[in-house]
Design a protein around this ligand. Structure first.
Ligand SMILES: NC(=O)c1ccc[n+]([C@@H]2O[C@H](COP(=O)([O-])OP(=O)(O)OC[C@H]3O[C@@H](n4cnc5c(N)ncnc54)[C@H](OP(=O)(O)O)[C@@H]3O)[C@@H](O)[C@H]2O)c1
Length: 333
């Protein structure tokens, strides 16, 4: 089978496509014939050895896949050959066939395409865990989403609306803000795309306050970091919750005096670790997400697809800040 491999640390240009042996199912495993692979920011980090996990090389990036069960190993119950399923292996997904533990696969609803299914779990799983379990977002509260047209950001916009919040979407271009408004955001603003000095940060904080309303944001969803974090923190309401999700723009330092003045909680979000520590809570969130999909409240927006052999270009497009919603690699075997 074909596999996209990282053999040396580096950018997407270092990835190679090679023929490797097909996997065979061990006890308790299923083999998935992969149809689609969701691309996520961690794919840009893991190939450069900058992610929380550092798999042994050669390895394939690709954290989440959707496909059809092609074979089942001994002892597998509840999953059958021909089932349409999602798996979130963390890496290893940019391949034609993948072995995973049977109990980890999630059935794909009939109405959901493979592309949507491959773009669902990491983004909505992260954002739902962040908004529901970590921030305890309530109906009527104001949610400010930074990077609102990216993968987890767009999911946060839709989930925020589904949870009854007033959602303010912030992003670096007009197209991205328009995209977030189409997803249901109540209000949007464009922020500068490059680094900001103190004056520009102060001005941005004023814009955040204007866009969120007189009292500021109850919850900030920050999957961007960098120079955007300080202005967002300054635009928070009393008892605000600041969600630390990711740092594509760099790891910021926050002035803790601001958290004291507004009684703000800064809350770390590490979805992957939370899933491992509390699989039952994760499974319950997945059931709720699937129900929201069935009710038409959420829908992954796949704006661009690439074939397997162009996986490097797909990862590059995401890293270059080009994605609206999700980028997905499709696999023809
Ligand atoms: N904590 C967790 O459990 C968890 C789980 C999944 C992902 N994450 C993290 O969340 C972040 C977003 O992931 P994603 O998959 O949603 O990525 P994505 O689709 O690429 O979205 C990232 C957004 O960040 C913004 N951005 C700002 N500066 C950037 C820069 N220098 N380079 C690239 N993007 C920049 C972009 O929006 P604008 O152009 O509008 O600024 C972009 O839309 C990543 O840091 C990822 O590692 C965390």
């Amino acid at each position: 089978m074909r596999a996209v491999l990282s053999k040396t640390p580096g950018g997407p240009e270092t990835l190679v496509v090679e023929d490797v042996l097909d996997p065979t199912p061990k006890t308790g495993e299923v083999i998935i014939e992969v149809k689609a692979v969701g691309i996520n920011y961690p794919d840009t980090l893991i190939i450069e050895d900058k992610y929380q996990f550092r798999p042994e090389r050669p390895f394939s990036p690709g954290a989440e896949v959707a496909g059809v069960v092609e074979a089942v190993g001994e002892g597998v119950k509840g999953v059958r050959k021909g089932d349409r399923v999602i798996a979130v292996p963390g890496w290893g997904g940019l391949v034609e066939r993948l072995a995973v533990r049977a109990e980890t696969v999630i059935p794909i609803p009939d109405a959901m395409s493979f592309e949507e299914a491959a773009a669902l779990i990491m983004t909505y799983g992260t954002s739902y865990y962040a908004l529901k379990d970590r921030a305890q977002l309530k109906a009527g509260e104001t949610l400010l989403v930074l990077g609102a047209a990216g993968g987890v950001g767009a999911a946060a916009v839709e989930l925020g609306k589904a949870m009854g919040a007033k959602v303010v979407a912030a992003a670096s271009t007009n197209d991205k803000v328009e995209f977030a408004l189409e997803l249901g955001a109540d209000n949007g603003l464009i922020y500068p795309s490059g680094p900001m000095d103190k004056a520009a940060q102060k001005a941005l904080s004023g814009e955040f306050k204007l866009a969120t309303g007189r009292d500021g944001a109850d919850v900030v969803y920050d999957a961007v970091g960098g120079d955007y974090a300080d202005p967002a923190l300054r635009a928070m309401d009393w008892n605000g919750r600041y969600l630390v999700v990711g740092f594509p723009a760099g790891i910021p330092s926050l002035p803790l005096n601001l958290t004291l003045l507004k009684s703000v909680s800064v809350i770390g979000v590490f979805w992957g670790a939370a899933v491992m520590r509390d699989p039952k809570a994760h499974a319950a969130n997945m059931v709720e997400l699937m129900q929201m999909y069935a009710d038409g409240k959420i829908r992954p927006r796949v704006s661009k697809t690439f074939p397997l052999e162009k996986s490097g270009e797909a990862i590059k497009a995401l890293g270059d800040r080009q994605a609206l919603g999700k980028i997905v690699v499709t696999v023809e075997s």
